[in-house]
Design a protein. Sequence first.
Length: 143
Amino acid sequence: MLIAPEEYRLFADLVKRVVLLEVLERVLERDFRAIANTPVKMRRPIGKALEEIRKRVARDALNARRELRRIGGEIIEVRQLSDVREVKARFRGFLHTQRYVNEWLRSECEETFLHQLSSQDFCAVSEAGPVEPSRRMEYNESK
């Protein structure tokens, strides 16, 4: 039985999405730990924002993995080589090997992070809510 191109394209896109989101999740975990151990003045809000984005990325990766299983695919093995990430996945009884260049993964992770950051509701990150206008520092130009 041959695989229809649309079905294979969906499978390949889902494998790529799972790999990308898992890499991004690991990067965010490491960055969170690095920021927690550095003397940065805005450590708590930056850390909270990174943690919220990491949770959203993990949830998206889980949903992509579920969708992959729903269409009959599964990732069998992921290996990191010196210049590529090699992924072996099964789809409808056939074994497929896909390779993703590290530089491409980095670029896609950055774009995905920026997209997640731009869609982040920063008021939801703070438990206290947004800063009231009366508490904000105002710039005085009358000098």
